[in-house]
Design a protein around this ligand. Structure first.
Ligand SMILES: O=c1ccn([C@@H]2O[C@H](COP(=O)(O)OP(=O)(O)O[C@H]3O[C@H](CO)[C@@H](O)[C@H](O)[C@H]3O)[C@@H](O)[C@H]2O)c(=O)[nH]1
Ligand SMILES: [Mn+2]
Length: 592
């Protein structure tokens, strides 16, 4: 069992269960399967055609293929032997740590404004900005490898919208906190509105239109004055307090939706035109960083702090502090390898160290929004645990998708991996690091070795307001995001994410585990992250080719789980890694 139970006095922060009966049934099933496999092998071996007999080579080939699959089967099921499940106790976390909670830096990566539309990117950003976590301890960084001023413009719009969106989410406990996802699941305003009170106001108040506003796609949207007027009229029209509240709620929802739609339209319009207008250009100094020769492969480093969480005058519409929000496009030059996502993540590690220095880091892809506002608290339940927390380097959540068709033609849901394999690996020392949806301890990601005596508190955070201005932080950060910064350094080797492998995350996770750290797989019923799976055959093939190639490359490199992991990670985990490392060679017996 997990922890806590054995610790007297303190309530546990997380619990580990094994689902005993499921495990037993599974093991029984696996044993029966293994008997079957052995019988197939025996049959092949004992019925081998005699020398000179027909089909001898074909038979030998079949025996080879079945031996391979049998051994692969053994590997897979051994890695699944210790299925483990986790649950967290968030209330205890808040009670116990209160304002001693650590700073959390969130990295969102995007690479191309055409493939990854800016409205999608900012929805992901807004979903993490609105996490249910003290805003002064939260910093969100967008890395734009496309180096696009359109993405920067979208983020600027998002930084303004966030001022009403975050208090709205907190007041109404909105879920999910990606505005697009939220508004597309709730019904359209004004049409078939639900409350009786609302109807009354419509008739009695200012008539059909309620107040001043604009028509949009056949619906009447109130503007701020219209909204205030309508709210004021409620006092007269609907005396009971609770019915007044429900109408007020509807009006605010309606207003928030209108703000979102307007922002979305402005961004899409600018993206369609493909350039920033003079008018927009004037609204922020950041646009001047884009010179006329700049393009996605050749430009200087750009770092802009759009919201400085330390600035007490910069608050949301309710007067509460905002999370820090930073735009970063690292320097790109054709003669310097940029190392794809790993390069972006390492630049983010350095820039965020300068600006907010959160000891915990979350990375999400720009197409994967947060679907649960409490995930940061969930992850911290593991890191902050007094007994075991110091052993964990990262907490990986499953990657779930919301664009799959009913039959999931290209197996994009990763169901077996999410629901079976990773629970097995969690019982063997921890799951792989697979990119999006993973919380890291900054130190272990930056190369620190685990030591059993080491019990660092997860403290740290932003420098004091008086220390340096945002301008100086931006200047310094630009140097850290320069493409020459990593020359002759350990970045990409021993520090940060590793370079040179198409699955930079898997190889990085393996080396972290080889340095003695454990990891956690947390798969809550209420999905924490929802993203976009490949939609076409060619996209799906390309992704699987990259994954298989990358994993096979690990097997052949010095990071081979059986060599690098020998004596450092358990045999179960070595076998677990090899399931994926052997994907590519498994294609040969499959073809046979
Ligand atoms: O030069 C690059 C290339 C990609 N990305 C970003 O990296 C992420 C993942 O790239 P994508 O092309 O979407 O790859 P996927 O195969 O969908 O990603 C899966 O596989 C990757 C490699 O294992 C992991 O890093 C991801 O988290 C995981 O979701 C996206 O946000 C990109 O914007 C960059 O920032 N810079
Ligand atoms: Mn992707």
């Amino acid at each position: 069992m997990g922890l806590g139970e054995e610790r007297s006095g303190d309530a546990p922060l997380f619990q580990t269960t094994t689902k005993k009966w499921c495990r037993l049934w599974y093991r029984l099933y696996a044993c029966c399967g293994f008997v079957g496999v052995v019988l197939v092998w025996c049959y092949r071996a004992t019925h081998f055609p005699a020398a000179g007999g027909k089909g001898r080579w074909a038979w030998a080939g079949m025996l080879g293929a079945e031996l391979w699959f049998g051994l692969y089967w053994l590997l897979t099921h051994s890695a699944r032997w210790n299925q483990t499940y986790r649950s967290t106790f968030k209330e205890s976390l808040l009670q116990r740590f209160g304002d001693r909670l650590p700073g959390v830096d969130i990295f969102v990566c995007t690479a191309d404004p055409i493939i990854e539309p800016p409205t999608m990117v900012i929805n992901t950003v807004l979903s993490v900005l609105a996490y249910d976590y003290p805003p002064e301890k939260l910093s969100v960084y967008l890395s734009d490898d496309g180096g696009s001023n359109l993405t920067f413009y979208a983020l600027l719009e998002a930084s303004r919208f966030a001022r009403s969106w975050i208090p709205f989410c907190k007041k109404y406990k909105v879920e999910p906190r990606s505005p697009h996802a939220y508004f597309s699941q709730s019904s359209e305003p004004m049409e078939g509105t639900t409350t009786v009170e609302w109807m009354k106001i419509k008739e009695k108040g200012t008539g059909r239109r309620l107040g001043t506003g604009t028509w949009h796609k056949g619906l009447w949207y109130l503007d701020r004055t219209g909204l205030d007027k309508a709210l004021a009229s409620l006092v007269v029209d609907t005396p009971p307090e609770d019915s007044r509240r429900s109408v007020e709620d509807e009006l605010l929802l309606h207003h928030q939706r209108k703000l979102y739609k307007e922002m979305e339209e402005r961004i899409n319009h600018t993206v369609d035109i493909g350039e920033i207008s003079e008018e927009i250009h004037k609204t922020h100094k950041g646009f001047s960083q884009w010179t006329s020769e700049a393009n996605s492969r050749n430009h200087q480093a750009i770092v802009q702090i759009l919201v400085d969480g330390r600035d007490e005058s910069d608050v949301d519409s309710e007067g509460c502090p905002l999370p820090t929000l930073v735009y970063m496009a690292r320097e790109k030059r054709p003669q310097h390898p940029h190392n794809f996502k790993a390069g972006a993540m390492n630049a983010l590690l350095r820039v965020s160290l300068e600006i907010s220095n959160g000891p915990v880091i979350l990375n999400v892809d720009c197409d994967m929004y947060s679907n649960n506002s409490k995930s940061v608290q969930d992850a911290l339940c593991f890191f902050m645990d007094e007994d075991k927390g110091h052993e964990f380097a990262y907490v990986q959540f499953p990657q779930n998708f919301n664009n799959l068709t009913k039959n999931d033609l290209y197996a994009g849901s990763l169901r077996t991996i999410n629901e079976v394999d990773f629970h097995g690996l969690d019982g063997n020392g921890g799951p792989l690091y697979v990119g999006s949806g993973c919380f890291h301890r900054r130190e272990s990601l930056c190369g620190k070795k685990f030591s059993p005596t080491y019990k660092a508190e997860l403290i740290g955070g932003k420098p004091q307001i008086t220390e340096v201005s945002a301008y100086i932080l931006e200047e310094r950060s630009r140097g850290l995001a320069a493409c020459t910064y990593e020359e002759n350094s350990q970045w990409g080797k021993e520090v940060g994410l590793k370079y040179g492998c198409p699955v930079e995350d898997v190889i990085t996770g393996l080396s972290i585990q080889c340095r003695g750290w454990k990891s956690i797989y947390y798969n809550p019923h209420w999905k924490a992250f929802l993203g976009l799976a490949p939609m076409t055959l060619s996209q799906a093939l390309l992704q699987h080719k990259r994954w298989s190639e990358g994993d096979f490359q690990i097997l052949l490199s010095k990071y081979c789980p059986f060599i690098c992991g020998h004596g450092r990670i358990g045999l179960g985990l070595q076998m677990g890694y090899s399931i994926y490392c052997l994907w590519a060679p498994s294609s040969l017996p499959t073809l046979y």
